[in-house]
Structure formats: structure tokens, C-alpha cells
Design a protein around this ligand. Sequence first.
Ligand code: FE2
Ligand code: FE2
Length: 254
Amino acid sequence: MDTSSMQCFPSPGRAHATHHQHPLIEHLRQHLVLTNHLSRQQRQALSRLVPLLLCGEQSAMHVFHQENDRLKDQPLSHHMHQLQQIEADEYLHEDALQQLMRQLPLPADLQKIKRRAQVFYTRIDRLSHDLASHFATISQLDACVCLVMNAIASSDLEGSAVARLFELIKNDEAKHVTIAREHAGQLGHIVNVDNSAPTIHVELIKLLMPEATAFEAIGIDAERLFARVIDLAEKRSPQPTHEVSVARPMVGAA
Ligand SMILES: [Fe+2]
Ligand SMILES: [Fe+2]
């Protein structure tokens, strides 16, 4: 597969920090072919789901690269070190998912899938009214990504090299949730007045819903997964909004 076809956003350039040791690097070294033992149907399903996640990794590379650039003249604190580690994680996740995509068939409508993902991740910027709420939204999005990655890791693919790859990425994303939330707090984000939380969850479901069949093909109950995303929104939002409540019938309609 031509890797340029899987570029949602151009690379932001060299990362401020890179991993030399990481469980994911070790995993990729041990499994040059990640798709062994997968059926044709499972490969096809992954070829539709991975681009959506890959665009997210490319978007996250930009967010953390830019933030580390903005903070580069400040003395290196533990928190800044953590932000640089996230950036390094995102570069690694992107590389891992690119490697996986090269081993999967090319969906005929890849450009359409990619375009939907580009629109979604670009909108995150517009949903946030300032940098603090932007990082709060990123934290919420990462929590959702954890749910999706966990669903794939414990799907019919469980036990495969691909499932382990998603599990390893999810482990990093779980750390990102906390660090991005702390960063939002340091930038002055006040949790109780944030009303972007439910929106991002609903928007994510809208992005994933057209691929419900691909989720089902690897043994994931898509409706249950989307309901979990909504549950997450309601837990994080003190007052569930109209947008969240209208999402329930939408999920059922998938
Ligand atoms: Fe990531
Ligand atoms: Fe992340």
C-alpha cells in the first residue's frame, strides 16, 4: 500500500523526544507480520477501522508537537517531560498503525473514510474555545479511544499480534487521559463549566457508526460500544445535554 494514501495530516516534523525502548517497539520487532492468522473478513474490517484511528494519531502528533514547541523555552518540569513522552507515544502509535495498514487490503472508498476522519479531527479545534478546553477535549477523546482500542483488543482477534498491538496503544492512551486532563487544569480549564464534553462523544459516534459492520465483523457489538461512549460522556458531564440524549436512538438506528 502507498503510505502517502494514509496521510490525513502532514507530519509536523521531528518529535521533541523519541522512544528508544517501548513495549510497542519490541512487539513490532517480534511481529514483522502482524496480520498472520486473520481471516479475509477480519483484514477487510480492520482496513476500514484502522484509518479512523490512524488519523487520530496523526492529529495527536500535531497537538502535542505544537504544545511542546510552545513550551520549549520553559524549564523542563516533570509535567513537560510527560507531554514530551505523549508526543513520542503518538509518533510511535502512528508508525505502528501505518505498519499495520501496509499489511491490510485497500478499501475502495479509503479516501472517503479518510476524509470523514479529517473533518472529525479538524473539528476538535473548533469545538474548543481555548487551549485549556482543547486539552480537556483531547483527554475525553483519548478516554473514548481507550474504549475502542480495548474493544478491538478483546474482540475475536484476542490473542493475535494485532490485538496485542491495540492493547499496547490503549495502555499509553490511558496515561494520556490523565496527563492531558492535568494539563488542561494547569492551563486554567474549569471542569464544571466545560460543555464540549458530550459533543465530542456524539461526534465520535457519528464518525464510527458508518463502520458498525466492520466492528461486528471482528465480533464487537457496535451498539454496545457506542452506548459505552455515551456512558463515558454522561459520567464526565455534570448535566447531560440534549445532544447526548438524542444520540441514543441514533445508536439504535445503526
Ligand atoms: Fe495515540
Ligand atoms: Fe493519545
